[in-house]
Design a protein around this ligand. Structure first.
Ligand code: DPN
Ligand code: ZN
Length: 318
């Protein structure tokens, strides 16, 4: 059937909107005519509240704490070492004070206890969960500041921004910090495996943050696992004039624990660096401006995917 002029124009406009990751009007006909894009089911619409501009200094304060934790604990925050549990305790205390409902899940690996920490925001439909996560463990060789205090701090500061905004969302925001990723995604796989099937299907998307602070980052990696999520991040970076590249890290980080059970996943990364998995992956190995970009991109993902409808607290522009 030939496409009418009006329909063609409407299709072009809708496609553009979808590609930009902008909110689509919640119209059943729009979604069915663009069924192959399936953006509306993942990217919420309409969006009334924009995320705040989060200062890089906020997230660097968390980075300094992670470095101090490593310094006090033999230079590492690895699974089975006291620096790991100290990292968990630090993040949990911040979240508890900010009004999140936190859960500590323990598991055993290589004869040592590990922990996953999850935190649910108070608002949103508990049957539709938008998840942001990062691995909290380092390798034993060093303090793991880019890998992955950076993602942990970005997720933490995003959560704290949600709290400061007293954010009201359509879907429920859940944040996760995973143990023993460096030993084979142990913590996140344990978490996903321990969820009953009915709980898994409530998770509508999972965003991963692993290595988001590398110095000299010029282009941002955007995970290419899910088109709608990737488009959302690409549109965000495009709006900031920041170049992106498609990133496929396969099964190398915790998003894989979620995608293997069919959950749409995405994420961003600054990429690796010369201190990857080494002792020199200290706080001087990360850049504040890069951490700021990562955190604001994470907040954009949280606000957009969860459908932030109302912010009663801090104004959108800091
Ligand atoms: N951060 C790496 C690790 O945990 O060992 C995995 C990774 C590699 C993530 C490359 C992103 C890019
Ligand atoms: Zn990592």
């Amino acid at each position: 059937m030939p496409v009418t002029r009006t329909a063609s124009r409407a299709l072009t406009a809708l496609t553009t909107v979808a590609l930009l990751g902008l909110p689509l009007a919640p119209s059943a006909s729009a979604e069915s005519s663009l069924g192959h894009i399936r953006t509306a089911s993942i990217v919420n619409s309409p969006i009334y509240a924009a995320p705040p501009d989060i200062p890089a200094e906020n997230v660097m304060a968390h980075m300094r704490e992670f470095q101090a934790i490593a310094d006090r604990n033999g230079g590492t925050r690895a699974h089975g070492r006291p620096g790991y549990k100290a990292s968990v305790d630090f993040v949990k205390a911040k979240l508890d004070a900010a009004g999140f409902r936190t859960t500590l899940q323990s598991f055993t690996h290589n004869g040592a206890t590990g922990w996953n920490l999850t935190a649910d925001w108070t608002s949103g439909d508990a049957n539709q969960i938008v998840f942001l996560g990062a691995h909290l463990d380092s390798v034993t060789a060093g303090p793991g500041m880019n890998d992955n205090a950076s993602g942990s701090a970005a997720a933490l500061e995003t959560a704290l921004a949600v709290s400061r905004a007293k954010l009201v969302t359509q879907k429920k925001l859940r944040f996760g910090w995973w143990g023993a990723e460096e030993l084979g995604l142990i913590g996140s796989r344990y978490y996903v495996n321990s969820l009953p099937a009915a709980e898994r299907t409530k998770i509508k998307s999972y965003l991963n943050f692993d290595m988001v602070g590398a110095r000299n980052t010029t282009t941002w990696g955007v995970y290419n696992d899910n088109a709608a999520i990737a488009q959302m991040f690409q549109a965000y970076f495009r709006g900031k004039g920041i170049p992106t590249r498609s990133m496929n890290i396969g099964g190398r980080s915790d998003h894989a624990s979620f995608s293997r059970v069919g959950i749409p996943v995405g994420g961003i990364g600054s990429g690796s660096d010369p201190c990857y998995h080494q002792r020199c992956d200290t706080i001087t190995n990360v850049a504040a401006n890069v951490m700021g970009v990562a955190t604001n991109a994470a907040a954009h993902g949280a606000w957009t995917l969860a459908g932030a409808t109302f912010a009663a607290g801090e104004p959108a522009a800091a």
